[in-house]
Design a protein. Structure first.
Length: 424
């Protein structure tokens, strides 16, 4: 069979959706399928970095299209980058031959619309792998008004993609319910969560020490938020806890990754002021009023995304991992970082609503595994949870919850996804 895969990120980009799609493409190629990928030339979080236009890598044909490189400093910049990428992506698709199956993810949001049309015009089957759900996510974040012309148009385009799909892959039951509520037949919506990178990510004591030494973390209790820093995962409660604990030299808050909120935190820690984007609901959906972050806080570290071959060391360096979900985003986004966190057996602090996929997953773990939770705004509770985990912290007791990790391992979930693609 011939497969066409569409997403803004792919190898060698380190963005999570690109890593997942890369693993799918490799497995399809290993099984003898012809795989073509259309993706972006620009690195997702470093648009000044350009990859080669065309490449055949491990049997996969990759076409990388250009775009403007304005970055994410303002909404118009992001919109321009998305629009230029989608326009050039459409031109590339017009030049490609027919494929048996077209698979589209959701970065940028309208790439699924291009995939659905490409499949319709070429009479291919279409699989929609919903990594996040737009325009609903943009409306919940305050980027779009629900009654606006743009929101209504984007909703129609989203519904078109869902209707045209032979199969829709949702990441959890909450996302499935959101999709079905759009009028999609439940029978064609399949729930397959993202998997942990368990062949590369596990507790790595050597990598832990190397990472901690490289970034001045020796002897510290490290509270880490690792991954995409999106307004969908509001960090103001965690930052308020960091301010309360600023006088304790033994605790460091480490923000590893990228995204608009990561850059805002980094700019504040470096003493540069930046106005929040207009239209964003800061208290609910983002980092909050960044002018309240003390630029002199010595207990904050901001580090960029780590390559996959160094991810085990960076994740293992944490003594407590924080996973966050905004109250309005249940079923719209899925923080896949939780699976790698469980693979390194780190204690987990979840800040977000109940119920959600994260709350249900953590509640189902054996009671001996160290995890805690708090709601947004419960700063004193977060501080108390951090101090409690610190008192009980012990590397010798680190052991991944075997049953949960096996459920979300790559070898458990990737074959299921491949089966769905092959049977589309």
């Amino acid at each position: 069979m011939t497969f066409l895969l569409l997403n803004q990120t792919f190898y060698p980009d380190v963005m999570a959706t690109g890593q997942y799609l890369t693993e799918v493409a490799l497995r399809l190629a290993e099984r003898g399928h012809q795989v073509t990928v259309v993706t972006s030339r620009r690195a997702y979080d470093q648009p000044e970095t350009l990859f080669s236009k065309t490449e055949t890598w491990r049997g996969i044909r990759i076409y990388r299209v250009g775009s403007t490189g304005f970055g994410k400093g303002a909404k118009w910049r992001r919109a321009a980058d998305f629009a230029s990428f989608l326009g050039l992506c459409a031109l590339r698709l017009a030049l490609l031959p027919r494929h048996d199956v077209v698979v589209a993810l959701t970065s940028p949001p309208l790439i699924s619309f291009l995939g659905a049309w490409a499949a319709r015009l070429r009479r291919s089957r279409f699989v929609y792998w919903v990594m996040d759900f737009n325009p609903d996510e943009a409306i919940a974040a305050g980027w779009l008004r629900a009654e606006s012309l743009a929101a209504r148009l984007l909703d129609r385009m989203s519904r078109f993609s869902l209707r045209r799909a032979t199969k829709v892959i949702a990441l959890d039951r909450f996302m499935r319910d959101r999709i079905v509520a759009k009028g999609v037949a439940p029978a064609k919506v399949v729930v397959i969560p993202p998997w942990s990178h368990d062949t590369e990510v596990r507790f790595d004591p050597t990598g832990r020490e190397r990472f901690r030494q490289a970034h001045g973390l020796d002897g510290k209790f490290v509270v880490m938020y690792s991954g995409n820093h999106s307004p969908c995962h509001p960090l103001d409660t965690l930052l308020a806890a960091a301010r309360q604990l600023a006088a304790d030299p033994g605790i460091v808050f480490c923000f590893v990754g990228g995204g608009s909120e990561w850059r805002k935190i980094k700019e504040k820690t470096e003493g540069r002021r930046q106005k929040p984007e207009s239209g964003a609901r800061s208290a609910e959906c983002g980092v909050g009023d960044l002018s309240t972050i003390n630029s002199q806080l010595s207990n904050l570290r901001c580090l960029p995304y780590q390559p996959l071959d160094q991810l085990a060391g960076s994740l293992s360096a944490a003594d407590l991992h924080v996973v966050v979900m905004g109250d309005a985003f249940v079923g719209l986004v899925h923080p896949c970082k939780i699976y790698n966190v469980l693979s390194v057996a780190a204690p987990v602090l979840y800040i977000g609503p109940h119920p959600s996929h994260l709350s249900e997953l953590l509640d189902g773990i054996d009671h001996e595994y160290s995890r805690a939770s708090a709601g947004h705004g419960e700063v004193d509770r977060v501080v108390g949870q951090i101090e409690e985990v610190r008192r009980r912290s012990s590397l010798s007791s680190r052991q991944s919850p075997a049953q949960v990790c096996s459920l979300f391992s790559k070898e458990a979930l990737l074959p299921r996804l491949i089966e769905e693609l092959e049977s589309a």
